[in-house]
Write a protein that binds this ligand. Sequence first.
Ligand SMILES: C[S@@+](CC[C@H](N)C(=O)[O-])C[C@H]1O[C@@H](n2cnc3c(N)ncnc32)[C@H](O)[C@@H]1O
Length: 380
Amino acid sequence: MVSSSQIKIKIEKLAIGGAGIARHDGLVIFVPQAAPEDELLVEFTNKKKNFAEAKIVEILKPGPSRRTPPCPVANVCGGCNWQHITEEEQRRQKESLVLETIKKFNPTLEFEYLPLKESPRVFRYRNRIQPKYHNGKFGFFARNSHDIVEITDCPITEEVLTAKFPEARAFAEAKKSKDLLRMEMYISDQEEVRFGLITDEDDGIGFSQVNRFQNEDLLKTALEWAGDHQYEHVFDLYAGSGNFTFPLAAKYKNSGITAVELNPKLVERGRAQNKDKRLRYFLSDVESYMKRASVGKQDLVLLDPPRAGASEYIMRALAASQAKKIIYISCHPVSLARDLKWFFEWSQKLGHKYQLAKVQAFEMFPQTDHVETIAELRVD
Ligand SMILES: C[S@@+](CC[C@H](N)C(=O)[O-])C[C@H]1O[C@@H](n2cnc3c(N)ncnc32)[C@H](O)[C@@H]1O
């Protein structure tokens, strides 16, 4: 039976955050776990003036890309929100989401938009995960909750890690703790599986690229787009433990190299690897660093900020620097689009002629709505 708070809708497309979008009586409705072209009976869970959120009551007619998720817990686990959609459609949605978001913030910006790069693996790609343990249950948080969904496997995680689930569970069990235990499991630089607890004192290894198969291509693309110019100086901002820093140093043999990173553990790992006198690793917030940095016209800047993006101050400083080329690597299309807006507004105010030469989305996180993007900015 259809109640008065239930309506029938058809999903147009997917949104950043993963929900499906439909329109009804002037309202934009966001529906989690929807697939493009699904015809659904939904019930409102939150209704505002211009938009609403709704949950699926019944799938009246599934869209052509809807499928049964390969993972048996995909519908309840908080990990993957797009497993019910074919990989081809996931890629199509991400490619258009990145373009639409950049255009929304920057309607007049012209640029070459290259086709999304597929990930070599769509399952078994994750090399770092954060399982939990509580009351005898080992698994991940359920969607929108701190209940634990028990797992014996995780199909998006590399097999060498999932093979260690029994050991990791026994390790947590042996703690005999009544508290919820947060854990981290990862493949180390030495190709060993490591796991341990995340605590207030020890927050884990910090950032690392979770899809090493696709990271190879991202790295290759970043180096290609950076080009063959002999830059005076190369800056790697938000450098982590040097994923881009060391390949950049190897390519630009006559340039000074600077890496800037806020997490002391990552800086320590980067410094430990560094045998090159030209390379300086700064433990610093990027904004504070930019207040004293002297980036010049013959320099290359690569920045790879977290999901929150950079800041207006940083984008303004980059526009003011007239750096020959800027490679922006992003894991959130909205912060990328907003940062590009700040960058071009400031270059225009300062009379500096930059162009957004090209943009390409990378499928780094299959089965989820997350997407990586690379953008090249250069002086016209
Ligand atoms: C998306 S990761 C990129 C790391 C690295 N480029 C890589 O590929 O492994 C973003 C990095 O920025 C660092 N970070 C976050 N906020 C920062 C800030 N305000 N200043 C400097 N680094 C920051 C994080 O610790 C993390 O290592």
